[in-house]
Design a protein around this ligand. Sequence first.
Ligand SMILES: [Zn+2]
Length: 223
Amino acid sequence: MINNVTKEQLRRIAKRIKTTTDTDDCWEHSYAPDKNGYATIYINYQKYRLSRFIYEYHYQEDIPKNMLICHSCDNPKCVNPKHLFIGSHKDNMKDMVNKNRQAKGENQGTSKLTTIEVETILLDCLNNKFNNMSEVSRCYKVSVQQITRILEGESWNHISSKFTKEHNVSLKSIKENTKKSIKENTKNEIIKMLETTNLKQNQIAKMFGVSRHVVGDINKKNK
Ligand SMILES: [Zn+2]
């Protein structure tokens, strides 16, 4: 959770958000958005997506790993906390399909990426956001092969070499982060859910954005 943010930093962020007295309205930010309409802010040199920051700060709640912030209002520029909810990649995809606003073609694997998406993929992989390549592929609606080519420096090398220099990491270690089957803390959270709730394995799987088999395996090994 972001808790080391100063009043001055908050004031500066608030200045860029147009709020209304009606809390049901969309509150749009005036940051320069990326091509999907999302804004990025820096707090103490750490990069945050504005909607994630607002959610965590407002609700004083961590967004679980692998979870996204979705918009009930379908307005990516909106950061009204009332319009933000936590969802899995799958929820978000389903939501997008339902709203019939898929940014990319129907054919998974044939869509082209943009510079910003490639940078986001690298950052997400670096931050251990994904448990495996197919999760990355599902999230960005591109093929596993495309992701592999990026993480092996075969494509988008001009972007990845800049990125690895900036973050002082090797592309190899970013790839390793993504290949690990499942992160230790995610595993522990799943074990806790299995032990303390009556949720079905597929419900838990959905919450963590992993397949039911992953939860099944954890359950078996934990016994
Ligand atoms: Zn809204």
